[in-house]
Ligand binder design. Structure first.
Ligand SMILES: [Zn+2]
Ligand SMILES: [Zn+2]
Length: 181
């Protein structure tokens, strides 16, 4: 089954943001074999295909009574200098991902980064730049150095806390955020 291409979320099946289904999309009526499995900040849809997210139809159709677009990722923590069109594509036309709290997308080099999926310590260790970013974040939150290492080693792709791995589309640096329930 082919899938639409997403600049900022290259493989939603691999990240768990799309799961198999035999049911038809509630918007376009086509059974595409996969449905979106991430968060919807708007009206809910049981079976939503990735094509309707890619086209922007889902963001339009699921906008609720309030005049605020439906989004699949919150538009928080967007660094200055990122064009509004990028934020729109990331939040309204890109599959989001499930997390413990409200995840924010990561941005780098003035653009959205590509989401690679949830990650645990083993996956993070393969990307020392991402591990370093998380270490800096924890230091800035005031964590003592000895607890930072222990916290990072607790990261679990399928458990909690979870790290979320991204890659910059321009300089290829790996980035990570994390959260817990
Ligand atoms: Zn659809
Ligand atoms: Zn970059």
């Amino acid at each position: 089954m082919t899938q639409p291409r997403f600049r900022y979320h290259p493989d939603p099946v691999a990240t768990g943001s799309a799961v198999p289904t035999v049911e038809a999309c509630v918007l376009c009526g086509v059974a595409r074999g996969w449905r979106y499995a991430g968060p919807i900040y708007g009206r809910q849809a049981d079976v939503l295909c990735l094509y309707c997210i890619a086209s922007g139809e889902a963001a339009r159709a699921l906008t609720g009574a309030v005049d605020f677009p439906c989004m699949f990722t919150d538009a928080t923590n967007v660094p200055p200098g990122v064009p509004f069109a990028v934020v729109e594509e990331v939040t309204q036309r890109t599959p989001g991902f499930a997390s413990w709290q409200q995840p924010s997308w990561l941005y780098h080099c003035g653009d959205g980064a590509a989401f690679l999926g949830p990650a645990g310590y083993e996956e993070l260790r393969a990307h020392p730049d991402a591990l370093e970013m998380m270490r800096d974040d924890l230091h800035q939150l005031g964590w003592p150095a000895d607890q930072v290492g222990a916290m990072l080693r607790r990261m679990d792709a399928a458990g909690e806390p979870t790290a979320y791995l991204f890659r910059c589309l321009h300089c290829d640096v790996h980035l990570a955020s994390w959260d817990a329930g």
